[in-house]
Design a protein around this ligand. Sequence first.
Ligand code: GLY
Ligand code: MN
Ligand code: MN
Length: 432
Amino acid sequence: MKYDKINSNLFKENRARFVAQMKPNSIAIIHSNDMMSRNGDTHFAYRQSSDLFYLTGLDQEEVILVLYPDCPRGNQFKEIVFTKATNEHIAVWEGYKYTKEDASQTAGISTVFWLDEQQPLLNELILLAERIYVNTNENDRAVLDYPSRDVRHALALKKEYVGHHFERAQPIFKNLRMIKSSYEIDLMQKACDITNSAFRRVLATTQPGMTEYEVEANIIYEFTRQGSSGHAYTPIIAGGSNACVLHYIANDQVLKAGDLILMDFGAEYANYAADLSRTIPVNGRFTPRQKAVYNAVLRVKRAAENLLVVGNNLADYHKEVGRIMESELINLGLLNKDAVRHQNPSRPLYKKYFMHGTSHHLGLDVHDLCHRYVDFAPGMVFTCEPGIYIPEENIGIRIEDDLVVTNGKPLNLMADIPIEVEEIELLMQAKV
Ligand code: GLY
Ligand code: MN
Ligand code: MN
């Protein structure tokens, strides 16, 4: 792995919390992600299932975790990992795969079998249990085009064990993954620190005439050099009016003096995501209007992050941020005060210039698994990312940091990433 070895206590503690939420005499079966075919005989780069990683730290294809806390057969069957057998042929062609000892150490689980040793053991354990927890992707924004290994196995289990009760693992994962432990915060801080270096490299190298993809190249250079597996999501490098296309990912245009560049990118480190947005002037100097809009976005962000506190919730938070944005848009001359007073509250006028949400959970996934309708609690990590988009002025500005909810003020994991107009201008002028 490119990342440093992770303390297996992270995964042991996660499993302890998971089984504490299982019903009595239940077995949970959690799978790794598929290797995804690309073209011909090639595959896309492998990305582990966030849920399996959360419980084991195992970062390899063809892994199954079985949890059966009340197993009457003996303590060694309460936690079992099945992994793909490695051999000399695989070692020569594909390189290193986990030995049983390495899988055991990584996950902190003493019982490891090869996948082909699964039966008849798994059948016997299932027959002892009353309930089977199966795992499906319940991210409510996910578009699921094909059944995962988890779903394929769940369908087979339902056919075979028709008398068993089936339970959903995802509500438990949602409860747990929303609240990050200190180990996880450290990994996310590392992802943010790598992202910081990449942004500083961008500030030192960006010039008019460069392409958006040259900026992207400077980012991935810094990510890879520092042990990140790459982008946590497809990066947006949007010069000029491209910034007003919210999901612009072509990144193939030339950057022009006088334009801004909106960049939304984040490193993935040990499968944890950073999610940053910064907007900078191509030639190193904001125009007065660009600066005015930039500082309006920054004020909204600063006010919004103070609302990421225990007891608040996403619905009230978004309403309040909308009100703050409304008054900034009036001051910028973009909205009329009277029109705002008479607006339809279910279709507020500010949405013309700020059409996306302000915050989402962040963790192993960039839009992390969560229950949406629970109060903010310590350990939750949110982005804070207001923006103002004015296509008729060729201006699109978003500023985004990642923050941890604490018992006091939120902790900004991106506090060291340049954000003030003056700091950005200074760093851009000190080009190498
Ligand atoms: N980069 C995706 C987002 O900001 O939500
Ligand atoms: Mn983002
Ligand atoms: Mn985001």
